[in-house]
Design a protein around this ligand. Structure first.
Ligand code: BG6
Length: 780
């Protein structure tokens, strides 16, 4: 019997193609089996390695070894082999397996991991050459194809250049295999040093080879920001903008202080340590335009950069800074500084950031972090505007329906009362969609978060909690560059922060006792682009007796100058304090008398004060305020209650009786000719108002307003007299700048001698005299 001819019909062709593809895939997988990765951990016995990196590498091994990769782990340090080996063995002792792994399986895996991990000293160029040879020999011996090499720099930045040079010259893998170098912060100290470091590293490595770690990008709630925005595009598209977002808070509070790390901390402070990197990264993830494809690293990084381009420049008034009380003492002890040393390094900072683009124009982004605070917690909170009014009583408001309840979305990074990473969405916003690696969570009963019970939120937490470094190690392994800081990103961030850092370099931070005792001392507010402490600090906390002061040991230093209260601060804070005091006096006067009579001095010192009063004091009762002048240069005027220095086409002619006219006007309008507040300055020669040492007029007698002669141009002046000034209910003297140092020191010692120093004659009958001096003038 003839065999039937064998025909290929189309279905069979299709089947064959499928079979071949499967076989090819199998081959490729089999080939992948051969792919080997060498991981070299530099600084293998250091703190970071002990706490996180070895555990992260073990997790990577568990995740990937079953997927066809083989590994070798080289722990490296400068320490000699024997001692280094012992130290590394200790660091590896505490490796743990995922909770759901059987103990016997765990022991087996650990054992295999330890077999693959070797210590080696990496000190000299020869050590690096030997490492390269060993890797190559191992590959050849086991017949493995090299996938790539990861060098993890867990070492201080001063060691980077040497290591980079050695890797570049003798440890690059062969063609077809990748090199990834992983760098830990700090990446510079300011824009200039970051640029220098980047240029140096750029001479050894390609941009795509460098993985700069910001471990916050590995925190699960942070890593979820973009995927969450992507998966909930429909609900968020209309909400994620200035029309709906009231403000964004990006917060990282810590209870620990900097003890034991002051050599690092003293140089960096909280802005460089946390705000410039961790909080800025979170900010960019919240604020960036969402790329169509959020898994495209290139698009994510490009959109991040656009956020930096839209950031409004920071000014000194954009931030408040604080320092926990025992910090300076810790620095003195750890860095052997003299007893007189006081650090200006901030351990707390809050900064108001604005993004000038169509989406975010006008929305305040608050970045805040600090050590020695009352709790440890981190989150990014997006608070939505709420213009709803609910007619029915509150008990009928159901969380899911009531538009009157707060509407917020929180990426809870960790710790706090919740104790874990989470994503919280107010039930009255929308029901979010999250990937299957996140599950709906229940918190402890009665738990309230951000003003609402937990039950008011859709709340999700990761099915399996993972440490940030372990997440990032996996991203490095998979070449996911979007979770790392590129050179452009780094320099853009430093470009944004450096001007603020420079402007704060000499600002004395507000001291705070630490922990719960901080009370409301660090609370802050913001308006008109400025951020300021809610409570003024009229007194300075100073340590009480004893070598290590406890918070309760603090006592109040009440400063005096010429027997009257002295308010002293850096100029910006001083101006704010004076402006607030003037406003408070004005409000009181208007409440009691219906009017406020304010006599103001000219000159350069009060310019900043006037600007502040005019632009940032919305509550000021201007409609009931009469402005008078303390003195006037004899030039034409255009003002309110101007001094009549310009009469009969002449300036300050005795015969025109301008001084008497002004005195009559004052007597007619100001009860008892007693101003509510007179603001004075003090000249470097001890003059005040236009009362000069060389000109005896106006120092005593009956005249309320006088004509005087100034030693400097313009010579002719009109001035309130000392007797009139001293009738005021309150007098404030503002003294600013280094030029005033000498006279400040001198006048502090002299008695009542107005002929020599007219300022010494300022002694209001009310006893209400306050000196406002900035540190430049006062700390002679
Ligand atoms: C580090 C800072 O980058 O982050 C530390 O240098 C800070 O000062 C730490 O304590 C906080 O990280 P985490 O993961 O504990 O929130």
């Amino acid at each position: 019997m003839l065999a039937e001819p064998f025909y290929w019909h189309p279905g069979m062709w299709k089947m064959l193609i499928v079979v071949m593809c499967v076989a090819l895939l199998g081959c490729l997988q089999a080939q992948e089996l051969q792919e080997h990765v060498s991981i070299i951990l530099l600084g293998a016995t250091g703190d970071l390695a002990k706490k996180y990196l070895w555990q992260g590498l073990f997790q990577l091994y568990l995740d990937e070894v079953g997927r066809g990769h083989s590994f070798s782990f080289h722990g490296a340090a400068l320490t000699a082999p024997k001692q280094g080996q012992e130290l590394m063995a200790k660091a590896l002792e505490s490796l743990s397996c995922p909770k759901d792994m059987a103990p016997s399986h765990c022991a087996e895996e650990k054992d295999q991991f330890l077999q693959l991990s070797r210590y080696r000293q990496l000190k000299t160029a020869e050590d690096y050459q030997a490492l390269n040879k060993d890797i190559e020999a191992q590959l050849q011996h086991a017949g493995l194809r090299e996938a790539g090499r990861i060098f993890y720099f867990s070492v201080p930045p001063f060691a980077y250049a040497d290591i980079a040079r050695n890797i570049n010259s003798s440890c690059r893998p062969g063609p077809g295999a990748w090199l990834r170098v992983v760098l830990e912060k700090p990446f510079g100290h300011d824009h200039f040093s970051a640029q220098q470091l980047a240029t140096e590293l750029g001479s050894f490595f390609q941009e795509e080879e460098m993985y700069r770690v910001d471990h916050y990008l590995g925190k699960q709630a942070v890593a979820q920001i973009l995927p969450f925005r992507d998966q909930n595009r429909k609900a968020l598209d209309s909400l994620w903008n200035r029309h709906h977002v009231e403000r964004v808070e990006i917060i990282m509070k810590e209870t620990v202080d900097a003890e034991g790390r002051t050599s690092f901390y003293e140089e960096y402070g909280v802005i460089r340590d946390v705000l410039q990197n961790h909080l800025t990264e979170v900010l960019t993830l919240v604020a960036m335009e969402l790329p169509l494809n959020v898994s495209s690293a290139e698009a994510v990084l490009r959109h991040k950069l656009q956020v930096f381009q839209a950031l409004r420049g920071l000014q000194r008034g954009s931030a408040v800074v604080g320092q926990y009380q025992s910090y300076s003492e810790q620095v003195r002890r750890e860095l052997q500084k003299p007893d007189s040393f006081h650090s200006l390094t901030p351990t707390f900072a809050a900064v108001l950031v604005h993004i000038d683009n169509l989406r975010w124009e006008g929305v305040p982004f608050i970045l805040m972090s600090g050590k020695a605070l009352d709790e440890r917690v981190g989150y990014a909170r997006i608070l939505f505007k709420n213009q709803a009014c609910c007619v029915q009583s509150e008990k009928h408001w159901a969380a899911a329906q009531s538009q009157c309840l707060p509407r917020q979305l929180i990426f809870h990074i960790g710790h706090g009362d919740l104790g874990s990473p989470a994503v919280l969405v107010s039930r009255n916003l929308f029901r979010p969609s999250l990937p299957s690696s996140w599950k709906e969570m229940e918190g402890p009963p009665g738990l309230r978060l951000f003003g609402s019970p937990l039950s008011d939120y859709y709340a999700y937490s990761p099915v399996q909690e993972r440490d940030a470094h372990s997440v990032l190690l996996s991203h490095i392994f998979h070449g996911r560059k979007d979770s790392f800081i590129t050179t452009e990103n780094l320099l853009a961030s430093w470009g944004f922060w450096t001007p603020l850092l420079e402007s704060l370099a000499h600002k004395a931070p507000r001291l705070y006792p630490g922990g719960a005792e901080n009370g409301r001392l660090l609370d802050f507010e913001f308006s008109s682009g400025r951020l300021f402490f809610s409570q003024q600090q009229p007194e300075q906390l100073v340590p009480g007796p004893g070598p290590a002061p406890m918070p309760s040991d603090f006592q109040v230093l009440r400063a005096k100058y010429r027997e009257s209260p002295l308010v002293s601060a850096w100029s910006e804070e001083l101006i704010s304090k004076l402006a607030n005091d003037i406003e408070a006096t004005a409000v009181r006067a208007v409440r009691r008398f219906g009017q406020f009579h304010l006599a103001l001095s000219g000159g350069s010192s009060p310019v900043a004060l006037f600007q502040q009063l005019a632009t940032a004091h919305y509550g000021f009762p201007w409609a009931h305020t009469h402005l008078w002048l303390v003195d006037e240069r004899c030039v034409p005027y255009y003002n309110i209650h101007p001094m009549p220095v310009h009469l009969q086409q002449r300036l300050c002619a005795e015969e025109d009786q301008g001084a008497q006219i002004y005195a009559r006007e004052i007597s007619a309008l100001v009860a008892n000719s007693s101003f509510d507040l007179v603001l004075l300055g003090m000249g470097a020669d001890g003059h005040t108002a236009s009362l000069f040492p060389q000109s005896p007029t106006g120092l005593d007698g009956e005249q309320l307003v006088v004509l005087t002669t100034s030693p400097s141009q313009p010579h002719r002046r009109m001035s309130l007299s000392l007797p009139l000034i001293n009738r005021a209910k309150k007098v404030a003297v503002l003294v600013m700048g280094r030029m005033k140092r000498e006279i400040t020191a001198l006048v502090s010692r002299v008695g009542y001698e107005p002929k020599k120093w007219p300022i010494s004659g300022v002694l209001p009958h009310s006893g209400q005299l306050v000196w406002y001096m900035d540190y430049d003038a006062f700390l002679a």
